[in-house]
Design a protein around this ligand. Structure first.
Ligand code: BES
Ligand code: MN
Ligand code: ZN
Length: 501
């Protein structure tokens, strides 16, 4: 992973393989793009011709655009690069986070990069964008591809005072989040044959133990003993049995509140007997993104040490087709004791999550946040970048604000009464999906089902990120593939609860 450092050297004197400046689009209406603040003596070093030269090379200042210029000895850095920041009055913390990330991604292969971007929002967005942008999945190629450039080694952030304590704390925080995000993305990007439930559980347990978290792993034998019917039903079709991983962080001193995190960990979702079409089934290796995000959040929490107690649950199973797979028509007794009539084995997420949520509630948390690649309906309704947010009405604004603060978008969705009614079963306590109308309010059915396993009155939220978990093209600080969402939102929420209860 890319290392971060603070420097208070002028960018014109910075020793680095490349130095990055910002460029605004259209600063004056219909005017040319101009250099952003933070460029120090750099413009003077080029006799005032830097902006003009960048324009000649095609720079427009559009957000995320990176333009490179050879400095030919003018300054110590052999490359000066400009990253677009868009219109100056529209710059947000997320613009800067994305710009820093785009620059670091574009300059992969460089040992050291200096970032001389506006510090309007402090160093936090710059540090986060740079560190997150330094991620690259190693992959499995037996011989590295020629164009596979290594991530930037070190990013030097140019600030007014490199010894500033608040800035240094932000840097450490950004590094902790980027390390956790790299773990999450490595797990999500992993091939499904390389990360079956026992392997995933053991990998998480190993790093979590090392990070100082208390770890408990329930294997299929322990799950059977405990009555985890949902996890066992879904995991029953695979010879690689299900797991429930519990990770616990306890602060020094007294915890202000207790937070529970729950994530969906389907290491591969074939759909089971209600099998998915062949085309696109490979994407279902990412169906453990929720569990990976919860594990990552726990690792970040262990590093950041907030004054709250946090327990994370990972509901891990592989949804396959076999003679021991669960069937449509089955009635499954869940961990909570509720009996569920299965109609579609492809709605497996809610089965494993129902158990994990009920178990998490036994710890008597003050808040519960669950996240999952739960429904294709989320992608249809909100697309690839906005997560669907459901749960206790008065908690949703707070979750959405936490997401906005870190650049992870969520949008509140209802849990309507008529959907609840449509999930009444003739033979059991509830239907897994509403009969004959799986597509109607598809995402909401998932939320309604999960709500049945949450303790009455507990503030809780469900984040459906079926689309946002994975992207087919790099964007801002995120590489192609796993995005790590919504790990940083979960950490932000934990911090918010530590500060405000
Ligand atoms: N893992 C899928 C949801 C999904 C879809 C994730 C697209 C990522 C991208 C989930 O288990 C699933 O199959 N959901 C079904 C639910 C249906 C059977 C009620 C779906 O979305 O069709
Ligand atoms: Mn499914
Ligand atoms: Zn699934």
């Amino acid at each position: 992973v890319t290392k971060l450092a603070l420097v208070d050297t002028d960018p014109a004197a910075l020793a680095a393989d490349a130095v990055v400046v910002g460029m605004y689009q259209d600063a004056a209406p219909d005017g040319p793009p101009v250099l952003a603040d933070g460029t120090g003596e750099l413009a003077d070093a080029f006799d005032g011709q830097l902006a003009g030269a960048l324009r000649l090379l095609g720079a427009t200042g559009a957000v995320g655009e990176v333009t490179r210029l050879a400095s030919l000895g003018t300054v110590p850095a052999p490359i000066v690069a400009a990253v677009g920041l868009g219109k100056p009055d529209a710059v947000t913390a997320e613009t800067l986070r994305r710009a820093a990330g785009s620059a670091v991604r574009a300059l992969a292969g460089s040992g050291t990069v200096g970032l001389a971007l506006p510090t309007t929002y402090g160093v936090r967005p710059l540090a986060e964008g740079a560190a997150l942008g330094g991620y690259r999945f190693a992959g499995y190629a037996s011989v590295p591809k020629p164009a596979d450039r290594q991530p930037v080694g070190t990013v030097r952030l140019v600030v007014a005072d490199a010894k500033d304590r608040a800035a240094r704390a932000e840097l450490r925080r950004a590094s902790a989040l980027a390390d956790a995000s790299a773990r999450v993305r490595d797990w999500v990007n992993a091939a499904p044959n390389e990360l079956r439930p026992p392997v995933f559980a053991d990998a998480v347990a190993a790093v979590a133990t090392k990070a100082g978290l208390a770890v408990e792993v329930l294997d299929e034998k322990a799950l059977r003993k405990g009555g985890y019917g949902g996890l066992l039903a879904v995991g029953g079709g695979s010879p690689a049995g299900p797991r429930l991983v519990r990770l616990e962080y306890s602060p020094r001193g007294t915890a202000a509140s207790r937070v529970a995190l729950v994530g969906k960990g389907i290491t591969f979702d074939s759909g089971g007997l209600s099998i998915k079409p062949a085309n696109g089934m490979w994407d279902m290796k990412t169906d453990m993104s929720g569990a990976a995000a919860v594990a990552g959040a726990m690792l970040a929490v262990a590093a950041l040490k907030p004054a709250v107690s946090v327990v994370g649950y990972l509901a891990i199973a592989e949804n396959l087709v076999s003679g021991t797979a669960y069937r449509p028509g089955d009635v499954v007794t869940m961990y909570s004791g509720k009996r569920v009539e299965v109609l579609n084995t492809d709605a497996e997420g809610r089965m494993v999550l129902g158990d994990a949520i009920a178990r998490a509630c036994e710890d008597e948390p003050d808040y519960l946040f669950e996240t999952s690649t739960l429904t294709g309906g989320q992608v249809v309704a909100l697309g690839k970048r906005v997560c669907g947010l459901m749960g206790a009405d008065d908690l949703l604004d707070r979750v959405r604000a936490a997401g906005d603060a870190v650049g992870e978008q969520m949008w509140p969705m209802p849990l309507p009464e008529e959907i609840r009614t449509a999930m009444k079963s003739d033979v059991a306590d509830l239907l897994q999906v509403s009969a004959g109308m799986e597509r109607s309010g598809h995402m909401l059915q998932g939320g309604v089902f999960l709500s049945e396993f949450v303790t009455e009155g507990l503030p809780w939220a469900h984040i459906d990120m079926a689309g946002p978990a994975y992207q087919s093209d790099a964007y801002g600080y995120l590489a192609k593939g796993a995005t790590g969402l919504p790990m940083r939102t979960l950490v932000q929420l934990v911090d918010d609860i530590a500060a405000n209860g």
